[in-house]
Design a binder for this molecule. Structure first.
Ligand code: ASP
Length: 293
C-alpha cells in the first residue's frame, strides 16, 4: 500500500521475560532513548531495514538484554547466538543460528542476506562466513559476556527470555523486522529457537512487520509471526490476529510477546507473559515505554 501520508512507525522489545516486582527503570530509559534515536532516523527518511538493524545492534551490544553481550552460556558452557532480519518490500531475509563470539549477530544476518544466495547459516558455517566477511569478533569471550544488569546467576531462570527485536515502517512505505537472542537459559548445545527462523520469529512483507519473543518451541509450533501475518492479510484486524496466535501459544503451554507495525501505521505490542520491555513511537503517536500493562 502506498504510504502517501509519509507516515513512519517503530516498535522495540527487550523480551517478554519481565518478572513482576523487578525494577526495569534502566532498560526502560535505554529503550526510550533508542526509540527517540530511531525516530530521528525515520524522520530523516532512513529505510526501515537500516533502522531495525541499527536498533537491534544497539540492543545486542549494550549488555542489558539476553542478546549479544547480555547472553548467558548454554548447558555446554558457551554462548550461542541467533538472529534474523527481513525486508518486507524485497522479501529478502537473512539469519544466523548458534553463532559464537561475534559482537552483532544481526549484522552478520544482514550479511547473509546481502552477500549469499541463502537465508540462514548456522554454527561453524556462520562463523566462517562472519570471519571471512570481516564482522567484529568478541576479543575475549570470558570477560565480554555478562548477565544483564540487576540479574545474578541465582535468578536467571526467573528472567528467561530477554530477546530483543525491532519493527519499522519507513516514510517510503517500506517495512522491516529484526530479532536477536542468546536463547533460553540452560538450553542444550545446538538448540535453535524461533528467533533466527524467518516465519516464526521474524517476518516482514508489504503489509506488516513482526518480531516475536517468548518460549521459542511453542512459538514455532503455533506458526509465530507468519500465523499473524496470514491472519492479518486475510482480513482479521491486527489485535485479533495477534490475540488468536498468542492464545494458541498459551494453549500449547508457552508464553510470548509480539511487536508489530503495519503499512497503515498501526502498532501493536501485546504479550501473555507477566511483562514485556517495549517502546514505540510513530507520526501518529507519542513515545510509549513500558514493561507491564
Ligand atoms: N524466543 C527466544 C528463544 O526461544 C527466547 C526469548 O524470546 O527470550 O530462543
Amino acid at each position: 500500500m502506498a504510504n502517501t501520508k509519509k507516515r513512519f512507525a517503530l516498535a522495540l522489545h527487550g523480551g517478554a521475560g519481565a518478572v513482576a516486582g523487578r525494577d526495569y527503570a534502566v532498560t526502560e530509559k535505554h529503550l526510550g532513548e533508542l526509540a527517540r534515536e530511531c525516530e530521528s532516523w525515520l524522520t530523516d527518511g532512513r529505510s526501515a531495514l537500516d533502522v531495525v538493524e541499527h536498533a537491534v545492534y544497539e540492543l545486542e551490544t549494550c549488555g542489558l538484554y539476553v542478546a549479544g553481550r547480555g547472553s548467558a552460556p548454554n548447558s555446554a558452557g558457551h554462548v550461542e547466538l541467533d538472529a534474523s532480519i527481513m525486508d518486507g518490500r524485497s522479501r529478502q531475509a537473512g539469519a544466523v543460528a548458534a553463532l559464537r563470539d561475534f559482537v552483532s549477530p544481526v549484522q552478520v544476518a544482514r550479511g547473509v542476506m546481502e552477500k549469499t544466495p541463502h537465508v540462514m547459516l548456522a554454527g561453524s558455517g556462520a562463523l566462517e562466513f562472519a570471519r571471512a566477511n570481516g564482522f567484529s569478533e568478541v576479543a575475549d569471550p570470558a570477560t565480554y559476556y555478562s548477565l544483564p544488569v540487576g540479574v545474578t546467576s541465582d535468578d536467571i531462570q526467573d528472567i528467561s527470555h530477554g530477546t530483543v527485536g525491532a519493527v519499522a515502517l519507513d516514510r517510503s512505505g517500506g517495512l522491516a523486522a529484526a530479532t536477536s537472542t542468546g536463547g533460553t537459559f540452560g538450553k542444550l548445545h545446538g538448540r535453535i529457537g524461533d528467533t533466527p527462523l524467518i516465519g516464526p520469529g521474524t517476518w516482514a512483507d508489504d503489509d506488516i512487520a513482526i518480531s516475536f519473543t517468548g518460549t521459542g518451541e511453542h512459538i514455532i509450533r503455533a506458526g509465530g509471526a507468519t500465523a499473524i501475518a496470514f491472519r492479518y492479510r486475510s482480513g482479521v484486524p491486527l489485535p485479533e490476529a495477534i490475540e488468536e496466535t498468542l492464545g494458541e501459544i498459551k494453549r500449547l503451554g508457552g508464553d510470548a510477546g509480539v511487536i508489530a507495525v503495519t503499512s497503515k501505521g498501526e502498532i501493536a505490542m501485546p504479550y501473555n507473559s507477566e511483562g514485556m520491555k517495549r517502546a514505540s513511537v510513530s507520526t501518529d503517536s507519542t513515545l510509549t515505554v513500558a514493561t507491564f500493562s
